[in-house]
Design a protein around this ligand. Structure first.
Ligand code: GLN
Length: 196
């Protein structure tokens, strides 16, 4: 069975933990550098990206985690996790650092106040023919991506703009939405089976 770490500093850690266990994989909370040893993949949960990055620094995890990811540890970041993995952030705080392991520019809180949180049907042909019902909570979207990044799902907003909300580059998967909140395990299974 594969061992999947969940970065357990802040955010919806428990929900990802249960999703991983329901995929018949072993879930492990990652709170210190040694927890990174021996895992096959890592999930960075949603929450508040500015808080998570501060805690990474306080727990001396920022550099070891960044090194592990640069060395190819597969990672899936949802929402705040996507922001943490991106190369660049729009509307971040002035000093907001990122791990910078996927060539995307992410816009924080991109969907605006009036639709801070919403549910949406989404097609992800790479994973399944049946549509997904996904939840966005103060979500970012991908504003720009490099040539080595592939969008796996796009969303068109009410004002007609289309943005990627799920993307992959080699061993890095990022989503704007929260599959861990719906009980639908297909995104987690895709990460475990196809990326880890
Ligand atoms: N807006 C949050 C941030 O900037 C992300 C929200 C989420 O993870 N649900 O970190």
């Amino acid at each position: 069975m594969k061992k999947i770490g969940i970065l357990a500093l802040q955010g919806d850690v428990r929900e990802h933990f249960f999703a991983i266990e329901n995929c018949e994989a072993i879930a492990i909370e990652v709170k210190r550098p040694s927890d990174l040893d021996g895992i096959d993949g890592l999930i960075i949960p949603g929450g508040e990206s500015t808080t998570i990055v501060k805690l990474l620094r306080i727990f001396d995890l920022f550099e070891p985690l960044q090194k592990a990811l640069q060395n190819g540890l597969p990672v899936y970041g949802s929402c705040a996790g996507m922001i943490l993995l991106a190369n660049k952030i729009i509307d971040g705080t002035s000093d907001q650092e990122t791990l910078g392991v996927i060539d995307i520019t992410v816009k924080r809180n991109a969907f605006g106040r009036q639709v801070d949180s919403f549910e949406q049907e989404l097609l992800i042909p790479e994973i399944d023919v049946e549509p997904f019902n996904v939840i966005f909570i103060r979500a970012p979207w991908i504003e720009k991506m490099g040539a080595d990044v592939k969008s796996l799902a796009d969303l068109t907003t009410t004002n007609g703009l289309t943005h990627s909300v799920l993307a992959r580059s080699k061993s890095v998967l990022v989503s704007s939405f929260h599959p861990e909140l719906t009980g639908d395990l297909r995104v987690h299974r895709y990460f475990i089976d196809k990326i880890c």
